[in-house]
Design a protein around this ligand. Structure first.
Ligand SMILES: NC(=O)c1ccc[n+]([C@@H]2O[C@H](COP(=O)([O-])OP(=O)(O)OC[C@H]3O[C@@H](n4cnc5c(N)ncnc54)[C@H](O)[C@@H]3O)[C@@H](O)[C@H]2O)c1
Length: 253
């Protein structure tokens, strides 16, 4: 799908990967509806896209709330007419060790990183079906959804869920709705900056570098453009750039 003239709803759009993708899709002619919890930053970023000639609108949204998600989709339709592209990207990392008795935040990682994605996909498919004409849905997973992550096992569970959800919905391509996942490796955004310089340096040594949010945005653009991709899982890594994680024994497009 050529994003030019299309309408995209992007979550986690006030920062990092979601922001870079909003800018890239807007510069490719899409009208972008940027949704995030961070209202001040989101409004400012949307105004900057508008000031540089793009079409953008920010809607304060908590992806944990079904009504907020529905409101964001309704706003996109009332402002720009329809929704062609949905990028479910809002996410958080994992804090502490979930095995410790006093750790009660692990559930939030599951809630935001997989349950909210399931809810968003439900609403987006319902909307795209009602509009007719298909659509593209992309979900941000992580390389941690493909590989074990001893430092963040609950995050890995949630992201593996995003990978499996996206692969399982490949069949919607028969009605013109393409669902795919993107799995970034370590990317320089506020999410990892919170871990501190020393941790970032260690990860860079371990995996040979760090990606920029713009690298992931390029992957999203490819998934929007390439009409052959449905139920696919794109990896974005320093070593191999953009490639696809194919299941053994499955025929791929
Ligand atoms: N940075 C990495 O190394 C990396 C690697 C793999 C996957 N990811 C994934 O990429 C996605 C984007 O992360 P990022 O690195 O750009 O981080 P980020 O912190 O810069 O952006 C995440 C955004 O999501 C928003 N958000 C969080 N909870 C929300 C909620 N309940 N409702 C609405 N918005 C909410 C935040 O406000 C923030 O703007 C996440 O799903 C993350 O898990 C990141």
């Amino acid at each position: 799908m050529d994003p030019n003239g299309k309408v995209a709803v992007i979550s986690g759009a006030a920062s990092g990967i979601g922001l870079a993708t909003s800018k890239l899709l807007a510069s490719n002619g899409a009208s972008v509806v940027m949704i995030d919890l961070q209202a001040e930053a989101g409004r400012k970023e949307a105004s900057e896209i508008e000031a540089s000639g793009g079409k953008a609108h920010f809607v304060e949204t908590d992806v944990l709330k079904k009504d907020d998600l529905q409101h964001a989709l309704d706003e996109a339709v009332s402002r720009f007419g329809r929704v062609d592209i949905a990028y479910n990207n809002a996410g958080i990392g994992e804090s502490g060790d979930f095995l410790q008795p006093d750790n009660d935040v692990w559930q939030r990682t599951l809630d935001i990183d997989i349950t909210a994605v399931i809810q968003a996909v439900r609403l987006e498919v319902q909307l795209m079906r009602s509009q007719g004409g298909g659509g593209v849905i992309i979900n941000t997973a992580s390389m941690g959804g493909l590989l074990p992550m001893p430092t963040s096992p609950i995050y890995a569970v949630a992201k593996a869920g995003v990978v499996h959800l996206s692969r399982s919905l490949g069949y919607l391509a028969a009605e013109g709705i393409r669902v795919n996942a993107i799995c970034p490796s370590f990317t320089l955004t506020p999410l990892v900056q919170g871990a501190g310089e020393a941790a970032i340096e260690m990860m860079k040594q371990e995996i040979g570098g760090i990606l920029q949010p713009e690298d992931i945005a390029q992957g999203v653009l490819e998934l929007v453009n390439d009409d052959s991709k449905a139920g696919e899982v794109m990896r974005v890594t320093v070593r191999n750039g953009l490639d696809y994680a194919h299941l053994p024994g499955r025929k791929q497009a």
